[in-house]
Design a protein around this ligand. Structure first.
Ligand code: ATP
Length: 482
């Protein structure tokens, strides 16, 4: 399937089967804001829980999780550099009034060029962005005669910086009001709590603090469905290390995070690392893990060596010491003593992970035989992440079959998400479960009454076999934990 068609097919499927809806759709929706429906919310929760457990429970490193507030003291964002630096170069088309992120405008144009020209153009753009050369970027756009998709003209304004933070006010009376920001990343909630966690948890370096939560960015070019949203969710972990060891921990986390991705059932060649050309203001090394989305390879997760930038700045702005006392001895037998730790960050978008999983899972299959035409859409989620693990389907609504099905439901729903359905033919019910990605369907029929066996049907192979009803729970549990 052509890539653009695949994205459109996924968007349509996501809406039809209750994964993702445009936000406030009855009012025609809101740009780059989406709501998760009944199955999307389950999928998202499964991914979030899995990431959380992998970080805070299954990890060989000492990592704890927190849940900080979205609102933070406004000085946080001065200290973090977001007030001054969290902006993208933008350009407006004077005829259509449409605003573009400069890198996206140039990248879009580069895609229309032969590979060699495209690479040369992007290399030139990277150089100019790294040098903050806005006049140079404008010249590059003009020299390449890049046009606005709406007006079709090349009548551009100058390139300007545009801050991506949303602001709002706290305080009941206007004069008392204080401008605050909706957090554009969850990381700062971790930094401001560094000492609270370290002291209350008696944490010894190296250790990590993980957090999952909403973040907000006033993205100008919002496209690619849930790839780029104005309200989204991040899963971040800050790992605090002794200064001088950050390079080795950076390599460690690059490798570890890729190991996590390999457990999602996605082939390795769908991922790649991309080292940053322009380092963010806080980083001494940074890379992205990119996934081959329907729109091509794009950032899914960032791994950043953030130095002591954040803690040092919070110490300066808050006048509170952010130091850690390290009693371990160095090679000369002296305690390392007091220092501000260095930080390695792993930061992954939950919504982008959902888009990745949906893109990877979505498959249209032609099942036609000589006798009849047939097809299905199947979502091949791994059982651990699938929204529903087991569908329990009585063959008919009578003869006591729903009652037997209900006893199986009662047993299994204590352990994993199940779904009960008695309407329509079994074939139709199977298809609906395929479309949601349910890995196992169990049919209760008249034979069940005689020998307590059921038919279990496997989503991917569509094979069916007869198993004792008492085995069903274990079969599903085993698959979930694989
Ligand atoms: P991009 O270059 O795509 O804008 P970024 O480099 O600004 O992303 P980070 O600040 O490193 O992103 O954020 C970490 C992660 O958060 C990203 O890898 C991505 O998965 C996710 N993320 C960032 N912005 C958005 C967004 N607007 N919508 C959805 N997810 C996002």
């Amino acid at each position: 399937m052509a890539n653009e068609n695949k994205l459109q097919a996924i968007i349509a499927h996501a809406k039809e089967y209750g994964f993702v809806f445009p936000s406030s759709e009855i009012y025609d929706g809101m740009g780059a804001v989406y709501d998760y429906g009944q199955w999307g919310a389950e999928l998202k929760r499964n991914v979030r829980d899995y990431w959380w457990r992998w970080m805070t429970q299954m990890n060989e490193q000492n990592i704890v999780g927190i849940d900080a507030a979205i609102f933070m003291h406004p000085t946080t964002w001065k200290a973090s550099g977001h007030v001054d630096n969290f902006s993208d170069p933008m350009i407006d088309n004077k005829d259509s009034k449409k605003r573009y992120r400069v890198d996206h405008l140039i990248e879009g144009f580069a895609e229309t060029l032969p590979q060699e020209q495209s690479e040369a153009l992007l290399a030139e753009m990277d150089k100019l962005i790294a040098a903050d050369d806005f006049a140079g970027l404008k010249t590059l756009i003009e020299n390449n005669k890049i046009k606005c998709a709406v007006s079709g003209t090349s009548n551009w304004t100058d390139v300007r910086q545009f801050n991506l933070m949303f602001s709002t006010e706290v305080g009941s009376v206007a004069e008392e009001a204080n401008t605050i920001y909706l957090r554009p990343e969850t990381a700062q909630g971790i930094f401001v709590n560094f000492l609270n966690v370290q002291k209350s948890g008696r944490m010894k370096i190296p250790f990590g603090i993980a957090q999952v939560g909403k973040a907000f960015r006033n993205e100008i070019v919002a496209r690619g469905f849930i790839f780029r949203m104005r309200e989204f969710e991040q899963m971040e972990m800050q790992f605090f290390v002794r200064p001088g060891t950050q390079k080795q921990w950076y390599e460690y986390w690059k490798e570890k995070r890729m190991e996590w991705h390999m457990t999602l059932g996605i082939p390795a060649d769908r991922y790649r690392f991309h080292d940053h050309v322009k380092l963010a203001h806080y980083a001494d090394a940074a890379c992205d893990i990119e996934y081959n989305f329907p729109m091509g390879f794009k950032e899914l997760e960032g791994i950043h060596s953030r130095t002591d930038f954040d803690l040092k700045n919070h110490q300066e702005y808050s006048k509170k010491k952010m130091q850690y006392f390290d009693a371990d001895l160095d090679e000369n037998g002296k305690a390392y003593g007091n220092y501000i730790p260095y930080v390695i960050e792993t930061s992954i978008g939950l919504d982008r992970t959902i888009l990745m999983l949906m893109s990877e899972a979505y498959e249209e299959q032609d099942l036609s035989t000589e006798e009849k035409q047939d097809s299905r859409v199947v979502m091949k989620f791994i059982p651990r992440l699938a929204p529903i693990k087991l569908a329990v389907l009585p063959l008919t609504k009578k003869d006591g079959l729903p009652e037997i099905a209900n006893t199986l439901m009662q047993e299994c729903k204590q352990h994993f998400k199940c779904f009960f359905e008695e309407k329509d033919t079994i074939g139709k019910r199977y298809r609906r479960m395929d479309a949601i990605g349910t890995p196992f369907c169990v049919t209760i029929d008249h034979q069940t009454k005689e020998d307590n066996t059921v038919t279990i049907r496997y989503r991917d192979s569509m094979e069916q076999e007869r198993v004792p009803m008492s085995e069903v729970k274990n079969i599903v549990m085993k698959a979930i934990n694989e």
